[in-house]
Write a protein that binds this ligand. Sequence first.
Ligand code: PLP
Length: 357
Amino acid sequence: MSYKLYIPGPVEVSAKTFQAMTIPMYGHRSPDFVALYQRIQSKLQILFGTGDPVYLFTSSSWGAMEAAVRNVTQKKVLNCMCGAFSDKWHTVSLNCGKEAGALRFEWGLPVDPEAVALELATGQYDSITMVHNETSTGMMNPLPELMAVVRNFPEVISVVDAVSSFSAVPLDKDALGIDVLLTGSQKALALPPGLALCSVSQRARDRASTTSGRGFYFDFLNFHQNHLKSMTPSTPSLALIHGLESKLEDIFKEGLENRYARHTRLNAMVHDWVERNDLALFPRKEFASKTLTCVENTRQIDVPEFISLLKKRHNCVIDGGYGKIKGRTFRISNMGDETEDTIGKLLDNLDNILVDI
Ligand SMILES: *Cc1c(COP(=O)(O)O)cnc(C)c1O
């Protein structure tokens, strides 16, 4: 079983990355690990646009998202909701026993900065969660406008999920004033799942120091104490961290600007395909994601059949839509190591199948 993946995570992992992960195991308290941690830390800080530490979580992204809520929310968290992932963050907050407010927007629409300003002005909140790239709807929130609002409320700690945008579009954590910015390994970083990266500000750590119920495994303060020794609190996923080091090498070799431009170009290729075939984007075009395309199924295509034929004939996999818009939409990812050639081939294959469906 081996398919070429074009789903919005996990995405295809290169042979080079896999090779880097086949290291013999060694102690995570050894000088070798300390050296590895230090080698990747400065590169991660560049990608996050921050001088803050970047902690390595041995979990998928939801681990870091739950950690953020548990560490920084004392009074009440505002969950900005506009799709499956941002919606689920409300459930996470409530399940962590937090008071949580739901600021809901229709799926496909972005979070409205004015609505955020009005809600934060009620003074109930000490934290806010936002998803940068809503993977379920293929919509990218206007982070600069949103953060410009949040920065007016110094008591509010901001938590941003950049799981499906990180390293594919520029992110500037410090300039935007984001306190907690997190991502996972299996999206644009094109690593296997199981590693989350989370950068935490001094303000967020100060908040955590007076927050009870932070738990054990994901306690920011424990991460920070270990970070000061270039270590993780518990045994990390050594193989994945070596994979990450290899991927960071690739990213800086390509060059950040080239990498961002490549994602934009490939995304535009998919958008062109959508227009050419009388399909439509699910989100409003000006807020469309640059890392995946969520296609509105305006041609009433039998999506499960479409996907099954693609898999059978061409060994490729796209996604059949997420949550309540499954079937009404389908999604094509251009994250990771894709090229004009690989995206071009996929679009040819899709054309080939559209003729028969
Ligand atoms: C994939 C994704 C997640 C969840 O990641 P897991 O790896 O399943 O924990 C969260 N947020 C967004 C925006 C995502 O795309």
